[in-house]
Design a protein around this ligand. Sequence first.
Ligand code: SF4
Ligand code: SF4
Length: 474
Amino acid sequence: MEAPENESFRDSIGTIDQEGKRAWVYPKKPSGNYYKKRKIVSYLLLTFLFAAPFIKINGNQFLMFNILERRFNIFGFPFWPQDFHLVVVSMIIGVIFVALFTVGFGRIFCGWICPQTIFMEMVFRRIEYWIDGDRNKQRKLDRQKWNAEKIRKRTIKWFVFLIISFAIANVFLAYFIGSDKLLKYIIDGPFQHLGTLFPLIIFTAVFYFVFAWFREQVCIIACPYGRLQGVLLDNKSIIVAYDHKRGEGKSGRKKFRKNEDRKELGHGDCIDCLQCVHVCPTNIDIRNGTQLECVNCTACIDECDHIMESINLPKGLIRYASENEIEKNEKFKVTARMKGYIAVLTILIGVLSGMLLLRNDVEARILRLPGQLYEHKEGNIISNVFTYKLVNKTTEPIENVSFKLRKYKGEIKLVSTSDNFNVPEQGLAEGTLFIEIDRSDLKGDKNKLIIEVYSGSELVETTTVRFLGPRSYN
Ligand code: SF4
Ligand code: SF4
């Protein structure tokens, strides 16, 4: 986009003043078509965000990220530490998807989907408008002395913020420890589970700090995704953009005067009313072009559309457009870079789907005991000792588990349990086993054995091990 003559705005960020202090932002309450649509999207996403840890599919929590126990559920599929490669592939797919989206549609994710924006703009900010009033009233209240009105409004606002932060912290915890545990802890009472109460208080404090004070600084200073836009965006990406050709005209933007022929005078359509700046939650002037602070929230589009309507000019002076669309009237098209991302994404999704299809609900790992070779036993028998670990990823127990050898006639003896055993739901069973084979059946000093794991008469998993025997039996 054509660079504005004065680039000094790039030397600082919109929320820090000349002395380096925080410039508190009092954005005007947005209204308009995009805001209405964003509200619908936001409330749907909020409902999803609050409900997801409490929805279960086949007994599995819909979304869970239990880092401590290293158990993850994604869309109701349980993932164990053994499935870590699947989590890594899913994360790579997520990153490429966001990159593709950013190349094509800028920071649309920040404005419409990011939980930080949704909570800030659609929950906390709306409560603030409701208690403190719109921009001017908020500024006045901030400047005024601590009288009864200010104390009352601040107390109510901060208390409501605290309650909401506490609610968010509880849901956040449900994602980590599981909703069943959370509900149990609530019923038992917080003091029965001090180990969980402590992180809950910390989460509440962090959310309160972010939404009551730190606010848009998260997007500007802390979020790495915002920083990436400089690398990902190009002049074909769709962003929230000011049409400077139309807005500046031949002789630049000018204040509106009734009965004046702006075209004739060469004035642009921008009447320099600053409403797009006043409504901006990151306190920037979009007329300066793309800036790292812009979260593509569309509030300035709505605000400028209201102004254009009121002075009988076409809407869309600020709109979703690429730099090339504004400069060269070039329509959006899928670029070679985007095609590259789509190709990689398609391959990775194919790989992930294959991995998910091949993934077993039961995983058996049988390893020879380190440092042990083989043992001769009475009756021409060779014995090897192994350890086994069976992981049950389902929500049903696996009952009557037994091991059998495929092809070989030998026996498998469990050390701890002489009979069949069970593996609990979403749990594991470990132990030691001996495999005993008549030495005349062995084909060499290293024999590949296939071990079948049965639940009753149903084969649930197969795995291979190396069985050692004496060299002379080749
Ligand atoms: S709201 Fe529109 S007309 Fe007003 S200053 Fe911004 S771009 Fe110009
Ligand atoms: S410039 Fe417009 S789209 Fe960007 S953050 Fe400000 S109001 Fe939102």
